[in-house]
Design a protein around this ligand. Structure first.
Ligand code: CMP
Ligand code: CMP
Length: 256
């Protein structure tokens, strides 16, 4: 960690500035300090905005990790600042760490049924992008109504999912209801990323919980082939909510 911090340098960015251009060789990896950035990916020569970073996140790791040309163009949309890490240091430290991560998580990721539509090489890329986070007993992992920027897989422990009823009066009178539990190998936090809506429910740690965490950009880039399985599961959520609350709570309805 200290070697990474020592090697990082600050770079101020202006609105409209291209921090990275698709097709270039990779020089640095960037961590956002502040500012907003659009992500453009060219499809048949036409650039399409596929996402944004809003004052957090990091980018520019792919070209350095896989020795490939830049896979997207990153354009600042406000004045901001990023912290850069040069290619050599990134490869020496991060890529070495990724090899360790692959050894640790390869078997676990291979065993997850919801990732079975991915090729082996794609599953390895999932291992490369995941981070880990530990939560203490009772700690809130997700808050219903918040904006979402990541996806979780339970590595150990148990997660309690609760939901408040829709009407304010109902929510105050009845509080939150437990609707599900997730344990090792199960995922949560995908719904808001798939529907582009706020978090539909809250999640709390039951005992100590360790989760693998993936940011929304990696989720969209890597888990496209798993969408069918996830969408089927969302239909199950709706059925379960109808049984519990008499309504599907509009969890997947884009007009709600
Ligand atoms: P890199 O290819 O080095 O440079 C462009 C960066 O954009 C890439 O690394 C990722 O960090 C980031 N990025 C975010 N979303 C995407 C996406 N959908 N496809 C490719 N790169 C993306
Ligand atoms: P998300 O809405 O992003 O955050 C809360 C998560 O709770 C949600 O994604 C699902 O992963 C999870 N969840 C589990 N059961 C349900 C359910 N019946 N309805 C909605 N969300 C559920």
């Amino acid at each position: 960690m200290s070697q990474v911090l020592d090697a990082m340098f600050e770079k101020l960015t202006e609105g409209g500035e291209h921090v990275i251009d698709q097709g270039d060789d990779g020089d640095n990896f960037y961590v956002i300090d502040r500012g907003t950035y659009d992500i453009y990916v060219k499809c048949d020569g036409v650039g399409r905005c596929v996402g944004t970073y809003d004052n957090r996140g990091s980018f520019g790791e792919l070209a350095l990790m896989y020795n490939t040309p830049r896979a997207a163009t990153i354009i600042a949309t406000s004045p901001g600042a990023v912290w850069g890490l040069d290619r050599l240091t990134f490869r020496r430290i991060i890529v070495k760490n990724n090899a360790k991560k692959r050894r640790m998580y390869e078997n676990f990721i291979e065993s997850l049924p919801f990732l079975k539509s991915l090729e082996v090489s794609e599953r390895l890329k999932v291992v490369d992008v995941i981070g880990t986070k530990v939560y203490n007993d009772g700690e809130q992992i997700i808050a219903q109504g918040d904006m979402a920027d990541c996806f979780f897989i339970v590595e150990s422990g148990e997660v309690r999912i609760t939901m408040k009823r829709k009407s304010k009066q109902d929510a105050e009178e009845n509080g939150a209801v437990e609707i599900a539990r997730c344990s090792r190998g199960q995922y949560f936090g995908e719904l808001a990323l798939v529907t582009n809506k706020p978090r539909a429910a809250s999640a709390f740690a039951l005992g100590t919980v360790k989760c693998l965490v993936m940011d929304v950009q990696a989720f969209e880039r890597l888990l496209g082939p798993c969408m069918e399985i996830m969408k089927r599961n969302i239909a199950n959520y709706e059925e379960q909510l109808v049984a519990l609350f008499g309504t599907n709570m509009d969890i997947a309805d884009p007009s709600a």
